[in-house]
Design a protein around this ligand. Structure first.
Ligand SMILES: Cc1cc2nc3c(=O)[nH]c(=O)nc-3n(C[C@H](O)[C@H](O)[C@H](O)COP(=O)(O)OP(=O)(O)OC[C@H]3O[C@@H](n4cnc5c(N)ncnc54)[C@H](O)[C@@H]3O)c2cc1C
Length: 221
């Protein structure tokens, strides 16, 4: 049996209210076949493209990179709408990961070159992002991570293994958190952008999961 819950009504006319409306419009197409995809653990790129077409992935990114410059509260409203409209909860999880992990880190902390190169595709959803913090021996206790980064000019050489990386198997961009100095605590950590295809970076095969099966995750080195 499928139960439906109506989304709370909205009457604002903002860019993100229109994103939310467009998500509701594309939801029936995305919802078609979602149980089969879940059974077979299939991430749907067609469904991702439908979501991307709504402008969802630019929700909180600046207008000059194609975003809507919304606030975090606006984003929560849009993601709530996604949850009401789209039944593919793995896809929603992947979308939320992309929204929270890649765009925020790049927009908040990257230099002008990385922003220019990557933010437009992150906002458009034509690239898929992930973030890698967790390690096989380090979950909640993030500060004890053992993956290291060694600076070499404007490049960083990474050494370590990450796991439970949502979107990893399909990601174009990974924001990888590593220890780059002996300074204890968070000040010794850095976030490094690793595009797919970077020599030596292995994005790994998909892990088998019991739930959120349409959201692919992996271990990467
Ligand atoms: C579906 C899914 C998607 C994920 N996606 C990502 C991702 O994209 N990127 C990424 O980096 N990671 C991801 N993770 C990993 C997630 O962040 C970790 O699972 C989480 O940090 C917990 O780590 P752990 O699994 O090693 O559990 P542990 O840290 O070993 O914790 C096990 C249990 O012990 C409890 N516990 C731990 N420390 C304490 C303490 N000091 N006091 C009391 N209780 C404690 C915890 O609450 C938990 O119940 C994902 C995990 C899941 C399940």
């Amino acid at each position: 049996m499928v139960t439906t819950t109506a989304a709370p009504p909205r009457d604002e006319d903002t860019a993100l209210a229109r994103v939310r409306e467009r998500v509701e419009l594309v939801a029936p197409a995305i919802n078609r076949g979602h149980l089969d995809r879940d059974r077979e653990a299939v991430f749907s790129r067609d469904a991702w493209r439908e979501l991307a077409g709504t402008g969802l992935f630019g929700s909180c990114l600046p207008e000059e990179v194609g975003g809507h410059a919304g606030s975090l509260t606006d984003l929560m409203d849009v993601v709530e709408g996604l949850g009401y409209a789209v039944r593919d909860s793995g896809l929603n999880f992947s979308a939320a990961t992309h929204l929270a992990s890649t765009g925020f880190a790049l927009n908040g902390f990257a230099g002008p070159e990385l922003r220019r190169l990557h933010l437009p595709s992150v906002a458009a959803g034509t690239s898929i992002g992930c973030h890698a913090i967790t390690e096989p021996e380090t979950g909640s206790d993030v500060l004890s991570m053992s993956t290291t980064g060694r600076f070499d000019g404007d490049q960083v050489e990474l050494d370590g293994l990450k796991t439970y990386v949502t979107n990893g198997p399909v990601a174009d961009l990974a924001v990888v958190y590593v220890r780059t100095s002996d300074t204890p605590g968070p000040l010794g950590l850095s976030a490094v952008l690793v595009p797919r295809g970077t020599p030596g970076a292995d994005f790994g095969p998909a892990l088998d999961k019991t739930t959120l099966r349409t959201s692919p995750s992996d271990s990467c080195a």
